[in-house]
Design a protein around this ligand. Structure first.
Ligand SMILES: Cc1cc2nc3c(=O)[nH]c(=O)nc-3n(C[C@H](O)[C@H](O)[C@H](O)COP(=O)(O)OP(=O)(O)OC[C@H]3O[C@@H](n4cnc5c(N)ncnc54)[C@H](O)[C@@H]3O)c2cc1C
Ligand code: SF4
Length: 310
């Protein structure tokens, strides 16, 4: 049965922050709720306090800030395409957002929530009674990883579809935590540990995601999944190239964190592919096998290089 929680709906960042501080030991921010609520139904998220961020106007803004476009963390995935600032310079972000879940999910889901979507594993994203019957694993207070037999590491997968596109275009996140407001490279918040996938402080609140303007990005987004209509990723691959001919490859779905490989147009492309596959610590913890997904990395990257003519 889903656990009851005290529910708050602050109207400002300051109020949200204060409320979080008062419940520091046991709260969860909630935006669209499409990840949080499913995890609550499955007994994987049991906070006693939920702080709903959807009434905070400052999180809904899309604006130019210096050399960046700043996208409020609360902007809905379906609403990104309404902003010319995004569609004109970052069309691949619209494509990535459109690949998340189903239309119903995208109507509620936000970009901030997507970037912080919880890591997934077929042995973890199950009902509580299922996990109890099989035996709880490291990510939910058990003492062994069911997928690998390891007693130390969890390889639950990083599955956000927009984060690889954002990282490929040099995104920064603006966040508020115990130290004040700061800007952090998006890729730096991911730890690579499936149990604690992010290194954010407990009270960290994402205000916005910033993308650098005038970089002339060209990018290709590809996603492998069982059903086009709504499934989570089994492999997300984004390849971008900027005005300086710098190439960024970012993969999701094949490691507990985004896999990033960089090069330039003169780099040996097969070598970039080898590096991407080598860095991906995919295991057999979802519907497609590890071997198949690793092979598909090469397929997707070669297709992207051809499309980008690099
Ligand atoms: C059937 C189904 C299919 C799905 N398919 C996909 C898919 O294909 N690809 C994909 O990427 N995701 C998928 N999802 C997961 C989820 O819907 C998305 O990741 C969604 O974008 C999450 O956004 P949200 O606003 O609903 O986040 P929420 O569920 O509200 O929050 C997610 C996390 O982010 C935190 N959070 C949210 N906003 C902030 C903020 N401003 N500051 C600090 N913390 C914050 C929350 O505390 C929570 O930990 C799917 C979900 C379902 C149910
Ligand atoms: S990878 Fe292992 S420890 Fe992590 S969620 Fe899956 S079964 Fe659990």
């Amino acid at each position: 049965m889903i656990k009851q929680a005290t529910y708050y709906k602050p109207l400002s960042l300051q109020e949200a922050w204060e409320t979080a501080r008062q419940h520091a030991q046991d709260f969860r921010f909630i935006a669209g709720g499409t990840d949080v609520m499913v995890n609550r139904f499955q007994g994987n998220e049991n906070s006693n306090c939920l702080i709903d961020l959807t009434a905070i106007a400052a999180l809904q803004e899309v604006k130019i800030k210096g050399a960046y476009v700043s996208i409020g963390a609360g902007v809905g995935l379906n609403d990104l395409k309404k902003h010319a600032l995004i569609t004109d310079e970052f069309p691949v972000l619209i494509e990535a957002a459109a690949a998340v879940g189903s239309p119903l999910i995208r109507n509620s889901a936000t970009i901030g929530g997507n970037v912080l979507c919880e890591n997934r594993c077929i042995f973890y994203n199950q009902s509580e009674w299922w996990r109890d019957a099989v035996g709880f694993c490291l990510k939910c207070e058990g003492n062994i990883c069911i997928a690998t037999g390891s007693k130390k590491h969890c390889y639950s997968e990083f599955v956000s579809d927009t984060a690889p596109a954002l990282i490929a275009m040099g995104a920064m996140i603006e966040l508020m935590d115990e130290e004040g407001i700061k800007l952090v490279k998006l890729e730096d918040i991911f730890t690579g540990d499936g149990i604690q996938p992010r290194n954010l402080q407990p009270l960290a609140l994402i205000i916005a995601i910033q993308l650098p303007l005038k970089q002339g990005f060209r990018a290709v987004f590809q996603k492998l999944r069982q059903r086009e209509s709504m499934d989570f990723t089994s492999l997300t691959a984004v390849v971008s190239i900027d005005v300086h001919e710098k190439i960024r490859i970012v993969l999701g779905g094949v490691d507990p964190k985004p896999v990033v490989v960089e090069g330039d147009t003169h780099a040996d492309k097969e070598e970039l592919i080898r590096q991407a596959i080598k860095k991906s610590r995919a295991i057999d913890n979802e519907m497609f096998s590890r071997t198949y997904r690793r092979e598909m990395i090469g397929v997707f990257l070669r297709r992207a290089f051809t499309q980008l003519a690099i």
